[in-house]
Design a protein around this ligand. Sequence first.
Ligand code: CA
Ligand code: CA
Length: 125
Amino acid sequence: MCKDLAPGQCIDLFHANLSEWVIKATPDLNNDGKPDLVLQNRRTGAIATWLIENLALGRCDIQWQGGDTNWEVISTPDLNGDGKADLLLQNAVTGQIFYWAMNGISITKTGFLFGNTLTGWTVIK
Ligand SMILES: [Ca+2]
Ligand SMILES: [Ca+2]
């Protein structure tokens, strides 16, 4: 699904339905010392990342097209210690916790941190 869109393409992509997208977090995805954007579509659950470069919108990517709104980006810790933020998602129904290891706007690895049902528990934001 990675498209690695140029800034102009990103603006076209988000402009069509900008009101559906919510900024979930502003982690430093590419370790340049500056925050970037993690957005989630409230209608579809789709997840996108968008680099900020020189106070302007840079490259972006739709990481997941969505289709299950139970999955929510809940935190963006650096899980593997490479200096780049990663994404933690939690399923609101099952409580399962899933990670995406990130290199900028590219996903390098994914997996469950906790794949069993974890009803009633949420990761503190
Ligand atoms: Ca950055
Ligand atoms: Ca990392």
